[in-house]
Design a protein around this ligand. Structure first.
Ligand code: AMP
Length: 187
């Protein structure tokens, strides 16, 4: 099973993906985590993307597509992939479909976590204090939310047209969102 966890920044995608890794033997493929690891390692890639990420803008499609491609074999060897924070643009979504098709696989389900903007902003205010993530500050978060609305939300019709989109209420507590996700996965 290959699953996309879809939603705006701070919707809870990472939290829910980590839970599914434990309960379903799947691999979490978070491009945000991969890019942060590249920055932490001091690599050339990390140097290229750190300013872009800090401002809350999207890094180029080519970079994230390549990062994902490198990790697909690992996900296949497990119970499948949970794509978290990828795809974020139409070219990324099309590239993902092509990469999977080339390996005889496909996206099975796109789970959209619905959380309203006010709830996202108050979540992020709390997270900034704890996470220390440089892009959780209010200015960068506004840019990230805007990138989601302008470049990522337009993917919803793409997946709806493929009849893969399922919406889950992401406003509740972590456990109740998890239960709603399980219901959708087992349906
Ligand atoms: P995330 O942890 O998913 O919120 O991602 C953190 C940041 O990494 C984003 O604000 C972007 O700068 C960058 N990033 C992560 N995934 C992608 C992607 N699929 N496309 C473009 N930029 C990405």
């Amino acid at each position: 099973m290959n699953l996309i966890l879809f939603g705006p920044p701070a919707a809870g995608k990472g939290t829910q993906a980590k839970r599914l890794v434990e309960t379903r033997n799947m691999v979490q493929l978070s491009t945000g985590d991969m890019l942060r690891a590249a920055i932490a390692s001091g690599s050339e890639l990390g140097k290229r993307v750190s300013g872009i990420m800090e401002r809350g803008e999207l890094v180029s499609d080519g970079i994230v597509i390549e990062l994902i491609e490198q990790r697909l074999p690992e996900a296949e060897a497990a119970g499948g992939a949970i794509f978290d924070g990828f795809p974020r643009t139409l070219p990324q979504a099309e590239a993902l479909d092509q990469m999977l098709a080339g390996r005889g696989r496909k996206i099975d389900l796109v789970l959209r976590l619905k959380v309203d903007d006010d709830a996202l902003k108050s979540r992020i205010a709390g997270r900034f204090a704890e996470s220390g993530r440089p892009d959780d500050n209010p200015e960068s978060f506004a840019v990230r939310l805007n990138a989601y609305n302008q470049q990522t939300a337009p993917l919803l019709p793409y997946y709806e047209a493929q009849a893969k989109l399922v919406e889950v209420d992401g406003m509740g507590a972590v456990d109740s969102v998890a239960a709603a996700i399980d219901t959708a996965l087992d349906a």
